[in-house]
Write a protein that binds this ligand. Structure first.
Ligand SMILES: C[S@@+](CC[C@H](N)C(=O)[O-])C[C@H]1O[C@@H](n2cnc3c(N)ncnc32)[C@H](O)[C@@H]1O
Length: 392
């Protein structure tokens, strides 16, 4: 595990030297000079970089079309169709009931995006990027779900204003204004719908946690905001000695209980309904997991939740927090823009850097804060904190 140095927090927004600013301004002017582009393209040493950058800018501009090509392929189930055997345009036209002339545009676009590929002159098969999509139902569920976000982003400036209230915020009942009467009650369908989506998309996050952190020395786990219990189910199978507890809102817990029963896990997983903004957490766990929870809430709610977790743990207990996190300055970008805007549209929470989360964990009382390295940080990054063994 890698220790992050909290004392560096003050440096993250440190002052840039005046000299560096001057140099950057000069370089920016050079790059944007009209003659530079032509010169860089004609120079064999710089041509590749200019071509690469130009393609990147073009892809940025065209990204919204790419997204809709992807959505159309998913809705028409084209990946499933070509996976069984490569198909001609005519065959796909019959199967999808879309006129061949229009479908051809989609197929050609999907080929350029590597979602499909040519198999011989007239047939199409799965492309290198289509393959993971068809094999993971969670990705397809998210692609369909992103259509709500797409509608919210039609005016990307309007969404920046405080009074924004769009499609995405309606999707997440617990993100709505709690002052509205019974905002969280009588919405069983909405709870079931988002819980289903979370369960479908949680597989990748669970794989990241299980391949990076060992629960063998723990005895009792409490998964706060555990949803339908997919993570607890995976732990039950991997670690036969663990006692497992799941805490979530009552509407979600009704479904989690049914699922645990239907999977024969009722004796392994105790489902505890409650609201962490009002209720105390169940005691007795020596490790609490918080998977894709903190980013949904403002700092005040997260801090109060972390304090409740701290209180619920015995001395020496562990908190494991896993979710997508923002890059620290200087790190390679990994999907931040998507999560920043997703949470903005949701109307609650924000994407935090590991350092920001560790500061909240530290304020709640946790020590020995560590970042657990994992293979695919775009799905989630993992932080661990402990309640000191010597806590009174
Ligand atoms: C984004 S989902 C994550 C679910 C699951 N941990 C996962 O990664 O798939 C957030 C979960 O937190 C639960 N939740 C939100 N607000 C809550 C509250 N006040 N008390 C208890 N659970 C809450 C939601 O019902 C939902 O199951």
């Amino acid at each position: 595990m890698r220790h992050l140095d909290l004392s560096r927090a003050d440096l993250t927004h440190g002052e840039t030297s005046a000299l560096r600013d001057k140099w950057s301004a000069w370089f920016d002017q050079l790059l944007t000079h009209p003659k530079i582009y032509r010169w860089a393209l004609s120079n064999p040493l710089t041509r590749w970089l200019t071509q690469y950058r130009t393609r990147q800018v073009f892809d940025l501009m065209a990204g919204f079309v790419h997204t809709q090509v992807l959505l159309a392929c998913v809705r028409l189930k084209i990946f499933e169709m070509v996976m069984q055997s490569p198909k001609t345009l005519q065959e796909l036209s019959v199967l999808t009931r879309v006129p061949a002339a229009g479908l051809q545009r989609l197929i050609q676009s999907a080929v350029t995006l590597r979602l499909l590929e040519h198999r011989g002159e007239y047939r199409f098969g799965l492309g290198s990027l289509g393959a993971p999509i068809v094999s993971h139902p969670g990705i397809q569920a998210m692609i369909e779900h992103n259509h709500l976000l797409y509608q919210d982003l039609l005016d990307p400036v309007a969404i920046l204003h405080d009074q924004w209230n769009g499609e995405m915020s309606g999707y997440w009942p617990y993100a709505q204004n709690k002052n509205s009467p019974s905002a969280m009650d009588h919405q069983a369908q909405a709870f079931a719908r988002y819980s289903e989506l979370m369960a479908a998309s949680q597989t990748f996050v669970i794989e990241e946690i299980l391949s990076s952190y060992s629960f063998k020395d723990h005895r009792v786990v409490l998964d706060v905001g555990g949803g339908q219990g997919r993570f607890m189910g995976a732990l039950a199978k991997r670690y036969l000695h663990l006692q497992l507890n799941l805490f979530d809102l009552p509407d979600v817990c009704r479904v989690s209980t049914q699922i645990a029963n239907s999977q024969g896990l009722a004796s392994r997983i105790r489902v505890c309904p409650g609201d962490f903004t009002r209720d105390a957490l169940p005691q007795g766990a020596d490790v609490v997991t918080l998977v894709r929870i903190a980013h949904d809430h403002c700092d005040a709610v997260v801090l109060s939740l972390l304090k409740s977790i701290f209180e619920s743990l015995p001395a020496g207990g562990t908190l494991l927090l896993a979710e997508p996190m923002a890059n620290e300055p200087g790190e390679k970008p990994e999907g931040d823009a998507y999560f920043h805007f997703y949470l903005l549209a949701m109307g609650s929470g924000r994407l935090r850097t590991p350092m920001e989360l560790m500061q909240l964990m530290s304020e709640a009382g946790f020590t020995h804060l560590e970042a657990v390295p994992n293979a695919m940080p775009v799905h989630a990054r993992i932080l661990v904190g402990r309640k000191s063994k010597y806590f009174p």
